[in-house]
Design a protein around this ligand. Sequence first.
Ligand code: GLU
Length: 449
Amino acid sequence: MSALDQQLIPIFEEVLGRNPGEAEFHQAVREVLESLGPVVTKHPQYADSAVIRRLCEPERQIIFRVPWVTDSGKIEVNRGFRVEFNSALGPFKGGLRFHPSVNLGIVKFLGFEQIFKNSLTGLPIGGGKGGSDFDPKGRSDAEVMRFCQSFMTELYRHLGEYTDVPAGDIGVGGREIGFMFGQYKRITNRYESGTLTGKGLSWGGSQVRTEATGYGTVFFVDEMLKAAGDSFDGKRVVVSGSGNVAIYAIEKVHQLGGTVVACSDSGGYVVDPAGIDLALLKEIKNGQRGRISEYAARRGNDVAHVADGSIWDVPCDIALPCATQNELDLEGAGALISNGCRIVAEGANMPTTPNAARLLTEAAVRFAPAKAVNAGGVATSALEMQQNASRDSWTFAHTEERLAEIMRGIHDRCLETADEYGTPGSYVAGANIAGFTRVADAMLALGVI
Ligand code: GLU
């Protein structure tokens, strides 16, 4: 870990003391604070107004029981969360994650990250996150529907297009958003499209929202390459994961002339030297909700499935961790460096451990953090809200161009801000500082609330 500025140490200690046991939340806060030393030195008003301490404390945290009945008549009890972290820039905005690992600390880390990510997009959205420890794996559509209805029966009272607007995250895609929107509509008796994003195209969704996080990630990397006079042409890329972010990152890399040679799920990874066959991957993952091992079985001899091992051992020029938090550790970073990887960009939220990020930076691997790289998902959610508010729907081409423009803007803002604060080339410092100053200035303007 890097040292914290003297002024920031008591703030971090307060976060540790007040949120015991929430390791991921501590990690996310620390990573932002490590970048803010030059900011508090240059602008004492941030310390004077306690704006950083206020930012570290969520505006509101909601925890609730989610009881539901399985197909066989058994009663299950899950826990639901919504952390409404910061609404200085707009309504709380951020996804819902359904995964057995979800707890308050995970939701707080994601919500905290979301504040700065959303701020970086330049769009009017605050930060929040939610979810449940419900595991959709192996559950029937009817079970998922009953769970989503029970979840929304509590959550609806906290939502609204001007209040809090959830979307998807791990374990929450179009099917779950549909069930939740249906229940919201039924309970409130309002067709309030702008209350959830990631909706289906025929009922208020936006073109490109499904693809946006993966596409945006690759647009960001394309800007990193262009800034160095390079391109995706001929690049070998490793993408971890095989969910929504990974699939559309793979698609865009292939469109831009690179080759994705490996991807993974929790059961291992596959190496396909000719390039991942995306149609097959989509069929297995989206169509059948199957496992990546089936991909290797169906592709035949040239494709290896490795059940025990690390995807970061696969040689590549560019690595895109697109699975989950802390999936790229020190060992993984070491392997990437030895194999000549030049760029690591985070498609998932906080997938790189602090030690791994430091090792990569020391080895002059260009490293770009999630809050900048994967902001295209939430940015396109904001475009969906814009379309809902104006009762309009844009074409795919127009929406994708808006996304590309937003990603260019975020990329350039990161580099300009890093220059301004004396850390040229640091996407981490640039993203943290640019994300922070926009939200902090809004908080100052709005008074102590
Ligand atoms: N879950 C996504 C994220 O991590 C998207 C959130 C949204 O669209 O509100 O940014």
